[in-house]
Write a protein that binds this ligand. Structure first.
Ligand code: AMP
Length: 207
C-alpha cells in the first residue's frame, strides 16, 4: 500500500521476484484492459483516466480471478489493492475461505512534495508499459522495447491532485482498518534509491 507515486509497482515487482511469487497490480491490469479496449477496459476507462477509483465489484472480480490461479497457490504480492475498506473486507473473506492468511501489509511512506515530483515526471511506454523518467530515457524512447514514451493520462497535475485526495479519503482508512486487524502492518520509508527501499522492505519482513 501507499499513495500514488510511492513506488508500489517498482518495489512490489522486486519483492515478488525475490519471493518467487506472482504480483497482481490492479492498476496495471486495468490500464492494460483500457489499452486493449476489452470489456473490462471499457467499463474502467473513465474512472482510471479521471483518477477516481474503479467500482469495488469490478476490482474484486479481477482480484478473485487472479487469486484463483494455480500459481497464486504458493503466495502472491498484491499491489494497489485493497484501496477501500470494502475491498479489504472482501479480501479478508477470500483469504479466509482458502484457509490461508495475509502475512503482512507493507505501507510505503513518501512526502507529498516527493510524490508530486515523481508522478508528474514519470513517463510510460505506450507499447509495453515500462515506467521510466525522462532522464533515464534516450530521446523519449522506451529503454526496454524502443516504443514511444507517453505521460499517463492520470499523471497530469490536476488528475494527480485528485488521486492524492481520493487516496486520503478512501484508502488511508484501509490502513487504520489493518492496524486494528491481526495482520502485521509495516510502515517503510519509501524515499531514497530503489535498492535501499527494497532492502528496508526485506528487513522489515524478516523481523
Ligand atoms: P495505480 O497504477 O495503482 O496507481 O492505479 C491506477 C488507477 O487504476 C487508479 O487511479 C484507479 O483508477 C484504478 N485502480 C487501481 N487499483 C484499484 C483498486 N484497488 N480499486 C479501485 N481502483 C483501482
Amino acid at each position: 500500500m501507499g499513495p500514488p507515486g510511492a513506488g508500489k509497482g517498482t518495489q512490489g515487482e522486486l519483492l515478488a521476484e525475490r519471493l518467487g511469487v506472482p504480483r497482481y497490480a490492479t492498476g496495471d491490469i486495468l490500464r492494460r484492459a483500457v489499452r486493449e479496449q476489452t470489456e473490462l477496459g471499457r467499463e474502467a476507462r473513465r474512472f482510471v483516466e479521471a483518477g477516481e477509483l474503479v467500482p469495488d465489484d469490478v476490482v474484486l472480480g479481477i482480484v478473485e480471478e487472479a487469486l484463483a490461479r494455480p500459481e497464486a497457490g504458493e503466495g502472491f504480492v498484491l499491489d494497489g489493492f485493497p484501496r477501500t475498506v470494502h475491498q479489504a473486507e472482501a479480501l479478508a473473506g477470500i483469504v479466509e475461505e482458502s484457509g490461508e492468511s495475509l502475512d503482512a501489509v507493507l505501507y510505503l511512506t513518501v512526502s507529498e512534495e516527493e510524490l508530486l515530483r515523481r508522478l508528474t515526471g514519470r513517463r510510460v511506454c505506450a507499447e509495453c508499459g515500462t515506467v521510466t523518467r525522462p532522464s533515464d530515457a534516450a530521446e523519449g524512447e522506451c529503454p526496454a522495447c524502443g516504443g514511444t514514451l507517453v505521460q499517463r493520462e492520470d499523471d497530469r497535475p490536476e488528475t494527480v491532485r485528485r488521486r492524492l485526495r481520493v487516496y486520503r479519503e478512501r484508502t488511508e482508512p484501509v490502513l487504520a482498518w489493518y492496524d486494528r486487524s491481526d495482520v502485521p502492518v509495516h510502515r517503510v520509508d519509501g524515499e531514497g534509491p530503489i535498492g535501499e527501499v527494497q532492502a528496508r522492505i526485506r528487513e522489515r519482513l524478516a523481523s
